[in-house]
Write a protein that binds this ligand. Sequence first.
Ligand SMILES: *[C@@H]1O[C@H](CO)[C@@H](O)[C@H](O)[C@H]1NC(C)=O
Ligand SMILES: *[C@@H]1O[C@H](CO)[C@@H](O)[C@H](O)[C@H]1NC(C)=O
Length: 749
Amino acid sequence: MASQTSPPSWLILISLTCALLISCIIASDGDQKVYIVYMGDRPKGHLSASFLHTRMLQEVVGSRASESLLYSYKRSFNGFVAKLTKEEMEKIAGMEGVVSVFPNEKMELHTTKSWDFMAFTQQVPRSQVESDIIIGVFDTGIWPESDSFDGTGFGPIPSKWRGSCQFSSTDFTCNNKIIGAKYFHIGRPIPAEDYASPRDRNGHGTHVASTAAGRVVNDASLLEFGKGTARGGVPSARIAVYKVCWSDGCSDADILAAFDNAIADGVDIISLSVGRGGESLPLNYFEDTTAIGAFHAMKNGILTSNSAGNSGPIYGSIRNYSPWSLSVAASTIDRKFETRVQLGNNMFYTGVSINTFNVDYSYPLVYAGDVPNTQAGFNGDLSKYCNTTNSLNILLVSGKTVLCEQDGNGTVVFRAGAVGTITTSNGGFTDSSRSYPLPASYFGWNDAAQVYNYIKSASNPTAIIRRSIETTDQLAPYVVSFSSRGPNPITRDILKPDLSAPGVYILAAWSQGTSVTGIQGDPRVVPYNIISGTSMSCPHVTGVAAYVKSFNPGWSPAAIKSALMTTALPMNSANNPDAEFAYGAGHIDPLKAVTPGLVYDAGQLDYVKFLCGQGYSTQALQIVTGDSSITCSAANTGTVWDLNYPSFALTSQSYQPITRVFHRTITNVGSPVSTYRAIVVAATGLQIQVVPNVLTFNSLGQSQSFVVTITATFINNNVMSGSLVWDDGVYKVRSPIVAHSSYVAHSSS
Ligand SMILES: *[C@@H]1O[C@H](CO)[C@@H](O)[C@H](O)[C@H]1NC(C)=O
Ligand SMILES: *[C@@H]1O[C@H](CO)[C@@H](O)[C@H](O)[C@H]1NC(C)=O
């Protein structure tokens, strides 16, 4: 996953992510590689899956079969992981029953004021069955002793639970809050620095789990920052942990193993804040681990909530985009951090960072380009970036504050003995920031240039980096620049992302097995940390989906998704120039989502019809669904515009006007007797017709169909927005509409 287009590394704000960004295919012996052989629905019949998998391998690799087979998927779907040469892989790909074979690659990890910010207070009504909801979190594991996961006062484990608590030593135990935990690290040894258990060495998984379902903990803060009550969306729900991310990355094979188990274990919702980087090539649905896993989850009534990715604001950078899962963008809450710097000439500048250090002391200030480690062969052109180990001269740097021209995570200056750093990068964004292992402030390019001029002109330049100040962001919520943008790279006319949720400066629980930054030598071990990412927005949506399900236990994944999307708060395209490609349906509104009025429902057969229309074969779809009666006949082949999706998208390959017809069916879950009217809002250039434009319902569960015809005439914009709202005076069921010309790339790309 080499990065061509990835944003400055500080945008990827999660510890270890930089390490995970690098590398691709897991190394193995000679020219063998680790492949995943995907074989569709759960194996049927009497023979054990591993026996069948070994037999298939024997045909191709002979006596090496059992050694080659690394893992068998069999609880929720069929497939295996094996070490193969390219030639062997090709033979297996041609075998009967095989849907796809793809290399085992690595994904990246994509932070509670946020709930109050969404007007979802501690006093909201709660369903009695909230404590029966089980949330499966696929991540770096969990810190079970955190106050956020205290099992005290929880009733017995829900009887539907079929999972277990796995530990290889005595270092991990579950409780009535964390009811299950497993770890997967297929085909390679567990790195020495990791815990060989579901315990979290990184912090990310603990953070995500507590955001979705952590209990209410008062007086939480990151060293007094963000002080308040930390809580998840569903504090009474149970957590099932599937550790798939390690210091050596999150592999496809491990993530699929988590899906295979979580579905069979009986989780209700899956939270997956992991995905491919925007620089990786988009994959077809049945070659894409998260799409495959989420498909089988959907088939079993389980919604998967995915992070959209942190590769924004690049156009089309979203990577978790299957129509049967939720793709969540990240937006700001009203919290932000400013870090002031006072120079020796008494000039004050304000940068961004989360600086918990309280050092009101003036240190000598040097420019990194002036202090290269020439003995090791570095010059100023390289040392100025502070991003290469050993590139700075320790004698000239230690005890000083260093101005750097590239914003990394601070490791290099910290190791060189610096006591502070001012960083900048050309064209960098300041709508989020991070913690560093030393006092630090990230500056805009122009301010950094003034600091540079001061260093060059003063005889004894000095600087004081102040502790950050927590301030409010009046523009919130808007989608943060790092959040991956649509359009959907595989199916352009399914709008992605689906919606946005808080993902910037989120306070949640943290692992005690690491520090604030995860950088060696950072002494700050904390129970709560503040981080940012779509990894943090995803579990907010997971928590809300669980909340909605606790009031509507029978709803399908598509119905829950529809409820979340159609009740979302429209966002302002003035603050989000990418409009729907930044925020989808808008900003999640947890309370409204429980009572959407109407839902756009869909099930396996609807997705099959859509997939037939996308060119997937009858044979593949029969294997994937395990249903041999399925055919891609004309009657069962649908257009992308007819998938019963809660949003509307159309793409033109040129600036020519384009017309598309969308068929939709909407189901009454509001008032038994109600009459809804269609209210359409459209940008100039968009013509939208809804027939019929009045729908009458006489009972709950009743469905009504309608047709939307949209004509887009592109004038100056290549993105035009609109909306359709079904309104009965009580409920407003809003769908975003976006028309897009891909003739020229979008302005912000
Ligand atoms: C910090 O960044 C360096 C690359 O500059 C990377 O090797 C290292 O893993 C990162 N550390 C953490 C904890 O993110
Ligand atoms: C350091 O930053 C510069 C400028 O962005 C970049 O060209 C270079 O590849 C980076 N080096 C490393 C080791 O990340």
